[in-house]
Design a protein around this ligand. Structure first.
Ligand code: SF4
Ligand code: F3S
Ligand code: ZN
Length: 106
């Protein structure tokens, strides 16, 4: 499962679209090790298996597919592109079969 304390245990290393990208060691993401995308709505790309339930169920369409060719779990990921629109309903957290998503209502 995604580490809910990632803001403390991971380092912010990059930005993608308008959101942050985090890795455990502060190294740039690689094809094999993608890290976490987003902050308010965070998706651990190294856990996501492209199930798609989060994209289908999010009432405000926070997620979009992004391609991650060469990643061992899946070659597309649910990217929290519109995390600023999140209404904290927690549906995505509940439906993800591999617990790849953390939503922090703050
Ligand atoms: Fe969408 Fe609800 Fe998840 Fe926010 S908590 S990203 S609104 S499904
Ligand atoms: Fe990935 Fe979980 Fe969504 S596996 S596509 S984050 S439901
Ligand atoms: Zn992203």
């Amino acid at each position: 499962a995604i580490d809910p304390s990632f803001e403390n245990t991971y380092e912010e290393v990059d930005r993608h679209e308008d959101h942050r990208v985090w890795t455990t060691d502060g190294e740039e993401p690689t094809e094999q090790k993608q890290g976490i995308h987003g902050t308010h709505v965070a998706v651990d790309f190294d856990i996501c298996i492209a199930d798609g339930a989060c994209l289908e169920d999010c009432p405000v369409d926070v997620f979009e597919w992004v391609e991650t060719p060469g990643h061992p779990e899946s070659e597309i990921k649910a990217d929290p592109i519109h995390e600023d629109q999140c209404i904290d309903c927690m549906l995505c957290v509940d439906v993800c079969p591999v617990d790849a998503i953390d939503v922090d209502p703050g």
